[in-house]
Design a protein around this ligand. Structure first.
Ligand code: ATP
Length: 493
């Protein structure tokens, strides 16, 4: 089983300390979230898994950590200053704000379900609406989903980059002080292509991977940590020859599905979505999104799924855009500000060219949400009480082992339990907990996904053995303390 809806995870997260609403004591801040002691461990374990799999286990990917704030020109030549925007409309009646493209998409899907024409998507007009707002809602008498009236403002493009100003003397009106918080980590990789190439002495194909915060002034953030204005990305740019790009692209689509399975996400909750020609970014050759069933409560199967990650073939757009050499038809430099040429010289063919780029881009927060939803299980105990078990893969569990003393008023038992915690800790994250009766302690560890509880009881003092309880089966085994570390290590592996 998995969680019946995101709300179940919101309340579990708050109750147990995975994720809290940000700025809560001041009334909160729309769609901002803080990660508590368990949330930060889970997020770190997801990032570690991604990094180990791509950067350490493969032999063709280098790591990078570039700045969040870059020269503004990066965002000029990447195209973000002019095109990184969404069409925005307001309902004049109820004052609700919407993304026009999302409303059109929903409206046309609903029409299709009712057997009517797919007004926008099929005709290609929907794709145009995203690129060029055209007051579609008013023109086609499409009602506001909130109040049912048709009284829309003109639609307008809204740039999603968060602006800031740099320097002590900077003022809001000083254009030269304007900088942006990066809306994606990818551009930091492209502008470092030559640095990495020269220092690592790589040959094509190879990749550069980066994990870091990104910021987007989303028009309609929401659904817990699914869409926020501050989030974290794990992006990898894989540079290759044009002719190899389609096969490499397909390879990463297949590999990433396997990676999600390795995190415990079941195949039935994942789905591929091939972007249509209208939806494709102007530079992309093919983009496939991996969707997760974030909204299982929705009646319509198709609407249950939304984007977990995107995998794009970006062709040679990025390296060319940031290079000083390429010229337009009139022989003028396309990028007069760049001081570098980011082309690649192939020793074998003696040819110079701009490599193609395959980009698998995953959100840390959406992955964490999918992992929590998929791990969520309910089980009834023999007293007929419902218990929550978070069946996290041991690799991701924030705590691997909890050592629990059966009697906290017995100093020898407490000392033995604390000593066991110390012995296990270097090999696996272990905690000591004596804050309740054993039933409560087990329930708490089940709910936060701890794979094993180790109980020290009166007999332990005599037989030098402890009880090891399995989270998923609730089965208990008596294990000699001398064998405990090895026993747990094998089980966790
Ligand atoms: P969407 O269509 O949902 O807005 P996108 O296609 O713009 O997402 P990308 O630019 O491809 O997203 O970013 C790669 C990944 O980063 C997404 O698949 C998602 O996991 C994550 N991501 C993007 N925007 C957000 C956000 N506002 N909040 C949380 N995660 C995000």
């Amino acid at each position: 089983m998995s969680a019946p809806n995101i709300e179940t995870i919101v309340s579990l997260s708050k109750r147990r300390g995975f994720v809290f609403p940000a700025s809560d004591i001041y009334g909160g801040l729309g769609s901002s979230w803080d990660y508590g002691s368990l949330g930060v461990e889970l997020a770190n374990n997801i990032k570690k898994s991604w990094w180990r799999w791509l950067v350490h286990e493969r032999d063709d990917i280098e790591g990078l950590d570039s700045s969040i704030i870059q020269n503004r020109l990066v965002w000029k030549y990447s195209g973000h200053e002019t095109t990184f925007s969404d069409p925005l409309v307001d309902c004049r009646e109820c004052k609700t704000r919407f993304r026009e493209d999302k409303l059109l998409d929903e409206y046309s899907t609903n029409r299709a379900k009712e057997g009517q024409d797919i007004l926008f998507a099929e005709s290609g007009q929907f794709g145009d609406a995203k690129k060029q707002p055209n007051n579609w809602l008013q023109k086609h008498n499409i009602p506001c989903p909130n109040c049912g009236k048709v009284n829309w403002t003109e639609s307008r493009q809204f740039n999603l980059m968060l602006k800031t100003t740099l320097g002590a003397a900077s003022a809001e009106e000083d254009e030269s002080a304007v900088a942006y918080l990066r809306p994606e980590t990818a551009q930091g990789i492209f502008i470092n292509f030559k640095n990495v190439l020269d220092t690592s002495r790589r040959k094509l194909p190879f990749g550069i991977a980066q994990i870091g915060k990104a910021f987007r002034n989303e028009i309609t953030p929401g659904n817990f940590i699914f869409r926020t204005r501050e989030f974290e990305q794990m992006e990898m740019e894989y540079f290759c020859k044009a002719e190899d790009a389609p096969a490499i692209h397909q390879e990463f689509i297949d590999e990433f599905q396997k990676w999600f399975h390795s995190l415990g996400i079941s195949a039935e909750n994942l789905k591929l979505y091939e972007q249509t020609a209208e939806e494709l970014a102007h530079y992309a050759d093919r983009t496939v999104d991996i969707l997760y069933r974030f909204f299982p409560e929705r009646g319509d199967e198709e609407k249950q799924f939304d984007e977990l990650m995107g995998i794009a073939n970006r062709k040679d757009f990025d390296l060319k855009a940031h290079s000083k050499k390429p010229e337009d038809r009139e022989g003028k430099r396309i990028n007069p500000d760049s001081t570098e040429d980011l082309s690649y010289f192939d020793e074998a063919t003696k040819q110079r060219f701009y490599p193609y780029v395959i980009e698998p881009a995953v959100g840390v927060n959406r992955t964490l949400l999918a992992v929590l939803m998929d791990a969520y299980t309910e089980k009834t105990n023999d007293k007929g009480e419902m218990r929550v078990i978070l069946k996290l893969k041991p690799e991701l569990a924030p705590i691997k082992v909890a050592v629990l003393p059966l009697a906290k008023n017995k100093p020898e038992i407490v000392a033995m339990a604390k000593d066991l915690k110390k012995q296990l800790l270097p090999a696996m994250r272990t905690v000591y907990d004596d804050t309740g009766g054993i039933g409560k302690l087990y329930a708490r560890q089940d709910e936060i996904g701890t794979p094993f509880c180790v109980t020290v009881d009166h007999e332990s003092l005599e037989d030098e053995a402890v009880t090891v309880r399995d989270r998923d089966t609730w089965e208990q085994e008596r294990i000699k303390i001398a064998d405990l570390k090895e026993h747990l290590r094998k089980k966790l592996d």
